[in-house]
Structure formats: C-alpha cells, structure tokens
Design a protein around this ligand. Structure first.
Ligand SMILES: C[S@@+](CC[C@H](N)C(=O)[O-])C[C@H]1O[C@@H](n2cnc3c(N)ncnc32)[C@H](O)[C@@H]1O
Length: 274
C-alpha cells in the first residue's frame, strides 16, 4: 500500500516540558499534552473509562481495544502496565488494535518499550517487572518483513502475539484501514470494548472527527462500548452525536479542564447527551 504522506512527514523528539513525547511536523502538533505522555494516557484512556473496574466486575475472558493513532505506543504500553498489576487470574486475553498513518511510529513504539525496559519509567511503580514479558511486545521485524511480502493483504499489517494477547497495528489512513478492521472483526465475531480516540486535534486532523467517522466506530462497537477522547470541542460533540454516540464531560488532567467519554447507548438515569 502506498502511503501518500510518507514523503512529507518527519517527526522529531521534543525537549523540555514535554519530556519524551514527539512532535509531528506534518500535522504540527505534539503527541501528548504537557501533563506527560504516560499520565495523560492513563487518565484519558484507562481511568476515565474505568477499564480496570470493568475487568474486575465483568471478568471478561477477552478485552478488545481499538486505538486511533499508535503514536509512540504509550496507549498500549500503559494499558499493559495497568493490566499486569492485576492478579494473573484476573488478566483477560488482550486484543489490541491500533490504526496508524506513519510507519515511523512502529519504531517509536519499540523505542518507548526499550526505554521502559531500561527503567527510564521507573517512577511509574505500577509498571510491574513482568509487564513486558506477559502481553506481546512491539517487535517491528514482522512488519518490515511483511512489507516485502507478495501477499498484498498482509503488507500493511503488523502483528505481534503470544498466549496472552494479540497486538495489531494497521498501517495506512484510518479511513481505509477501519474497513479492513471491520471485516476482520466480523469474521471473528467480536466487537470493540474500549476505544482510545487519539488522533491529532479536530483542527489538524478533521477527517477523524466527523459524524461519518464516528459512525464507522459505532459499527464495530457493542451497546456498552466506551470511547474516550481528549477533545471536548464543538466539532467533537457534533461528530459524536451525528455518529450515534451519547457523550458526557469528564474532568481532564491539567492543563486540560475537560475531556469526553461516550457510549453507544444510555443507561437509566444517565446524564449522557446526544
Ligand atoms: C496524538 S498522536 C497519538 C499518540 C499515541 N496514542 C500515543 O499515546 O503515543 C496521533 C496519531 O494519529 C496518527 N494519525 C493522524 N492521522 C491519521 C490517519 N488519517 N490515519 C491513521 N493515523 C493517523 C498520527 O500519525 C499520530 O501518530
């Protein structure tokens, strides 16, 4: 698959307040806020949608996640860290799908994982020793081998798996790869439980905030799926409503005041808006 953005794109690591996040020169935006990559990811995508509580109370055999924008892999690595803080008997089989436009991000994700292995994230005490040995790791070798594969269907997919999970990155424009993912999910008869909606902002990345886009996400969800996103803008709310989602405001992590949590259906007495 040819990637129309590949020739224009370059990402450099930013310094200073933002620590180890990256800056996308094509979109002119950082991957994370000044709260920090790890903290923001944890707050927006794990604590706000209450993933651990869901795992404790529902005890699902499988947990299926879709992330929009792999970036530097923080979404996956933070979730894995949180899940491996649970007793082994409570850990679900993890199916993690991520849609990513830029091939470099696979290397960034691998780099992030290596930094963690070198204990650069040691302040995150919940990052247990076995985190990186339990769920699948980012090993981009398969992906780069696939790129030269004659089988065109697997060229833009990166898969890493083991007994405890399946990590899959679909490389290309999410507007196209979502269709591929949809087919896979239908074949396997599974829906997404949680969506980490983390593209760049609506002003920089508008095609991933439309009613049409959110409708696509709804079509691979079930009635209790939770979608969280850092954006609380009018465009986001409009897109969610048009795509059939109900949303509510939740506290953001400073400097962000509010974020959004959305579901496909309302619960009784719920304050969700449409
Ligand atoms: C805010 S960053 C994601 C950060 C990432 N979740 C993390 O925690 O490291 C946004 C990501 O969306 C990706 N992206 C932007 N437009 C896209 C598109 N049309 N299809 C797929 N990915 C896209 C960017 O390349 C970037 O990696």
């Amino acid at each position: 698959m040819t990637n129309q953005y590949n020739h224009h794109h370059y990402i450099e690591q930013s310094q200073g307040l933002l620590g180890s996040t990256y800056y996308g020169t094509f979109f002119k935006e950082h991957f994370h806020s000044q709260a920090g990559a790890w903290e923001e990811t944890c707050h927006n995508f794990i604590e706000t949608p209450e993933i651990l509580n869901y795992v404790y109370t529902q005890n699902p055999k499988e947990l299926t996640i879709l992330e929009i924008g792999l970036g530097q892999g923080t979404g996956y690595l933070t979730l894995v860290s949180k899940l491996t803080s649970l007793p082994i008997e409570n850990r679900p089989f993890l199916q993690f799908f991520s849609l990513e436009l830029f091939e470099e991000c696979l290397l960034f994700a691998q780099e992030t994982e290596k930094k963690i292995q070198r204990s650069q994230y040691s302040k995150y005490s919940e990052y247990s020793d076995d985190s990186l040995n339990y769920y699948p790791e980012f090993n981009s070798q398969n992906f780069f081998e696939n790129k030269n594969n004659k089988n065109k269907n697997s060229q833009n997919i990166f898969i890493s798996k083991n007994t405890y999970g399946h990590l899959e990155v679909l490389w290309g424009n999410a507007l196209e790869t979502i269709l591929l993912l949809k087919k896979k999910l239908v074949q396997q008869n599974i829906n997404i439980d949680f969506i980490f909606h983390d593209p760049f902002s609506p002003s920089k990345n508008p095609e991933l905030w439309t009613g049409h886009w959110f409708e696509q996400l709804r079509s691979i969800s079930h009635s209790q799926t939770r979608l969280s996103t850092y954006s609380c803008s009018k465009v986001t709310k409009k897109g969610l409503s048009e795509g059939g989602w109900f949303y509510e405001k939740k506290a953001g992590l400073p400097p962000k005041r509010e974020i959004l949590l959305a579901r496909c259906s309302t619960l009784q007495g719920s304050t969700l808006k449409k």
